[in-house]
Structures are given as C-alpha cells and as structure tokens.
Design a binder for this molecule. Structure first.
Ligand code: PLP
Length: 390
C-alpha cells in the first residue's frame, strides 16, 4: 500500500504504541484512585499533558484531554457562547470543517444564534478586511478560524487575526487539527483563547485529542460528571490513548525543532513538480507558500477524480477527492467551491497528503501510476470533445 492520505489520518508511530502498551495491559488502575499503581497511571497522564503543552507552548494546566478534534471544537464553541449569553452572533470562514460549521448551524436552529462566514480568495486566503467588517460590536461572541485547511493545507495568519480581534470583546478559537505537528505553533504568541487538536492527525491514536483553553478565559465544561481534568471534562481518562497522544506530541516537538517538516516539503514539491512535468493540464490548488508542507491538492483537467481514485485504489494507492458521492450524484467539495472553482475543476481535484513516513520510492511509484491513470481517463473521454491544455 502507498498511503498518501495523511490529512485523513496517520499511521500510529511505533514509539507511541510502545508508550501505550503498559496502559493497555498491567497499568490499568484508575488515575483518580489513591494507591501506588494509580499514582503511576496519573503520572503518565501528567507527562502526556506536559508533552502536549510543550508542543503548543502552553502551560500544562491549559490542556484538557478530549475524545478528539470534534469534541475540542464543540467544547470551545459551546463554552464561548455560554460565557457570553447576551451575544448571539458567531463568525467563521467558508471552508471551515463540519465540526465547527455544523455546530454553528445547530446553535442557529436551536439557540437563536446567527453566523457570518468570511470568504476566501482563489488561493484559499482569508479576506481580513471582510473579517473585521463582520464583527458586530456587542453582538459577536466568537470567531472560529482553522489554522490550516484539511483539503488544501492553506494556512491562515492566526497571530495577525488575534491581534485584530484583541480589543473587540470576542472569544477567538482556532481549529488546529490539521496544523498541529506539521507547522510550529505557540499559542501564547498566537494569542488565541482556544485551540483544538487531534491525536490521529500526527501519528497518535484515534479517538483522543485536546483542547487548549487559555488560563485567561473561563471554560464551561461540556461533559459534566467527575472532577477529572480539573473539573473541566468529566469522565475517566482514556489513559492509553492520552499517553500515545503525549508521545506523538513529544516526537512532533523534536521533528519541528529539527526542521523535519522541511524534508516533507521537499518530497511534496517533488511530487507536484513531477506530476506537472509529466502531464499537461495539472494545477495545484491553494496558496503556493502559505500551506502545510505535506499537502498537495491537485486539479487534473478533463477527468473526474472519483474515477481516478478508484483506479488508484486498485493499485493500492490511498488518496482522497475534492468531491463526495451522495445518493449517486457527484458533489464538489465545499472548500473548493468556497475558493471559487468551477464544478469541473473541483470534480477533477484529488488530495494527496504525505507524512515523514512517505518515501521517494513510494512517490515515484505513485507518480507513474497517477500519470498513466489520468492519461487513460482522458483518452476514454477524448471522443467526447474534452480538450486538455498545458
Ligand atoms: N477539524 C479538522 C480541520 C479536521 O480535519 C478534522 C478531522 O478530519 C476534525 C476537525 C475532526 O477531528 P476528529 O476526527 O479528531 O474528531
């Protein structure tokens, strides 16, 4: 298998698995109990909190473990709206993840909120003046903007935005699920109130994540129960997964300090350049520089990427499309639609996302198969009058 879908999920790092194993076997005590074996487990959870805090430049007590990115996003939004009940307006951007947008829609339908979406340009970049204009004094409770986009990898200038929002009386949350571990982040320098992350996007386990909540803001718990997580998230801790998340965070801290993401960028650039050189009618979507080093969002003229992905799947190459098939009809990606791409470009787009585990040999093999599959699909359509320009 050649796995080029690391924005969907990543391989569990062998060192994370190794760190988890004792907590799936012998060390099963509840970290809240009072005996020596539970103190060992509690120490492991505390270490994981330190490791996640280090990756983000946060204080350990600002980290709350969750079941993943979705829960962290939902918790931040719910807390912000609960803490400012008189303010009923929210702001996000058009290509935001459903964990944010659908929660906004729920608040609109059930709690009387309204929301505005800041548009992006053809390179996926935010219009900051429109963002400023959308903040309604005395009405806007929260601005929620992703650090990096899951489909294109485009990065928003979060620190600059935080500065613009600083005296507007709004909470600022960032969904950094795709950014954490792939690009350096310091939450205090960035000036955000909340940040969501997810373990399985950077070689930790699935079903675990964290919410950073600045010590300057109050966090209203979403899960009410025991006093775990300093009373901010009830429920016995998912210890093994938290330990795996912590280990993955430690590994990513080292990787970022040693410019490991630059090695991924070299491979991603090689992949894009090779495809563009081999095939006419190939365009890379998203800002050329302001994007994650691992993500290649590529539009192939004259084909439907859904068909390409089926051909790649037969060759055991995993990637994903800028489209989804619902009830038999092809729908183009809302992210690409938000960037103003026409239906044909969106339906011809595939996402390839690399990791540090991706090798040059795998890429060479994938490039060869992608190029021949695209040529085959184009030749099948050539009788239908579709032309491809270089
Ligand atoms: N936010 C973004 C940008 C994502 O890409 C994802 C997952 O794909 C999530 C949130 C949800 O994270 P999780 O799968 O951990 O709930």
């Amino acid at each position: 298998m050649i796995y080029l879908d690391n924005n969907a999920t990543t391989q569990l790092h062998p060192e994370a698995l190794e760190a988890m194993m004792p907590f799936l076997t012998d060390a099963y005590a509840n970290p809240s109990s009072g005996y020596a074996s539970s103190r060992r487990v509690k120490k492991a959870v505390d270490l994981a909190r330190d490791q996640v805090a280090s990756l983000l430049g946060a204080h350990p007590e600002e980290i709350i473990f969750t079941s993943g990115g979705t829960e962290a996003d939902n918790t931040a939004i719910a807390s912000a709206t609960a803490c400012l009940p008189q303010k009923k307006h929210l702001v996000a951007s058009t290509p935001e993840h459903p964990a944010v947008i659908q929660f906004f829609e729920m608040l609109e339908q059930e709690e009387g909120h309204s929301f505005s979406l800041v548009p992006v340009d053809g390179e996926g970049q935010l219009d900051l003046d429109q963002l400023d204009a959308m903040i309604k004094p005395n009405e806007t409770a929260l601005v929620s903007l992703m650090w990096a986009n899951n489909e294109t990898g485009v990065i928003y200038p979060i620190a600059e935005i935080a500065e613009r929002l600083a005296h507007k009386g709004v909470f600022f949350h960032t969904d950094a699920v795709q950014a954490v571990g792939k690009t350096p982040i310091n939450v205090h320098d960035a000036g955000v109130h909340f940040l969501a992350l997810s373990g399985h996007k950077f070689h930790g386990p699935k079903g675990v994540g964290a919410l950073y909540a600045s010590s300057n803001v109050r966090l209203k718990p979403r899960f009410i129960g025991g006093a775990q997580e300093l009373g901010r998230r009830g429920g016995t801790e998912n210890v093994a997964s938290i330990v795996g998340l912590g280990k993955a965070a430690e590994l990513m801290t080292t990787k970022l300090a040693t410019k490991g993401q630059e090695k991924v960028r070299i491979e991603r650039d090689y992949f894009e350049a090779s495809l563009t050189a081999r095939l006419p009618g190939v365009r890379v979507n998203g800002h050329p520089e302001n994007r994650l080093t691992n993500t290649a969002n590529v539009a192939f003229d004259g084909i439907e990427s859904a068909a390409l992905l089926i051909m790649l799947d037969q060759e055991e190459i995993c990637a994903s499309a800028g489209s989804a098939c619902h009830t038999g009809a092809l729908h183009s990606s809302p992210v690409l639609a938000a960037m103003g791409f026409d239906r044909e470009r969106a339906l011809g787009t595939a996402r390839f996302s690399l990791s540090s585990f991706t090798t040059r040999e795998e890429l060479d093999q994938a490039i060869k198969i992608i190029a021949s599959s695209v040529e085959k699909l184009r030749s099948m359509r050539s009788g239908s009058g579709v032309s491809v320009s270089s």
